[in-house]
Design a protein around this ligand. Sequence first.
Ligand SMILES: Cc1ncc(C[n+]2csc(CCOP(=O)(O)OP(=O)(O)O)c2C)c(N)n1
Ligand code: SF4
Ligand SMILES: [Mg+2]
Length: 317
Amino acid sequence: MPIIKADKYPLDPYLRTERLPHVWCPGCGLGIVLNAFLRAMQKLGMDPDKTVVVSGIGCTGRTAGYVKMDSFHTTHGRAIPFALGIKAARPDLNVVVFSGDGDLFSIGGNHIIHAARRNIDITVIAVNNFIYGMTGGQLAPTTPETSITTTSPYGNLESPFNMAGLMAIAGASYVARWTTVHARRLEKGLEKALSKRGFSFVEVMSPCPTAFGRRNKMKGIIDSMMYYQKYAIIKDNPNPLDGVIKPNEKFVIGEFMDAEDEPTFDDKLWELTKRDFLETSQADRAKWILEHRRHLETLATLIAGENIAPQEGEMDE
Ligand SMILES: Cc1ncc(C[n+]2csc(CCOP(=O)(O)OP(=O)(O)O)c2C)c(N)n1
Ligand code: SF4
Ligand SMILES: [Mg+2]
């Protein structure tokens, strides 16, 4: 059969192709997750110049280096506060965190629960491969009980986090969990998450044959895929508390939360800013506007909508 050489790939506009081939192992699920994310962006017509990707450290964290948009490979566990800083400074940008289970829920655990609680308008894609992949397979806060890792050679004794459940209960506006076998549903879920206002979170169960699978009877990629196929049950509006994952038992995937119009942290901040403006004397409004010029664009909308434009002469200085 002739070998067809492809010169172009449909997702090229979103990839730094000059950095390929990537560092991920054969059989790693990360390519599927990245593909689903970029396809979702493409489907939504999202402008890469208006999108920022932030990753922490780990195999998943390498994603930031492959996407052709402003992207940041930050310190381990600090992807969320870094992303919040970007969103606070530039609320007009789409801010996406793409990082690993260890990075987001171990060292970064404190940050992520508070970002969900505050309903900050960012999207988090959390790749759950049950392990610290890059550093050689240490126990993660998501490792299922009894699993073998380099730091639990007799089997994990700890209960793992139910990441999707935790995010839903903490206050996220949108929470879903899919696996790399459910690639189409994953893509749709990411489309929804990227379009949602407020904190949106998508957990993706993804194989790591190198650091997790080969120690836990999922040596090859097919074993992991068969595992997801066999044990995943798709449920409509599952109870977040039912999101616990136990080895060799059925686990729930689907949309755990899809809240309607929950005010975001930004909305509340804006209400406060607006009140501050309205309480400012007529004479001081121009000065106030100059001081708050970072929000001028939003302010223009407010002025148009609520007719509180500065009076003649106020903008002269
Ligand atoms: C402050 C700090 N602590 C520890 C590390 C070592 N480290 C690098 S990656 C990593 C684990 C990453 O695991 P995860 O986020 O699940 O990503 P994966 O490699 O599995 O995709 C750790 C502990 C580090 N780089 N910085
Ligand atoms: S170690 Fe695991 S997570 Fe990292 S690239 Fe290899 S298979 Fe993927
Ligand atoms: Mg991991």
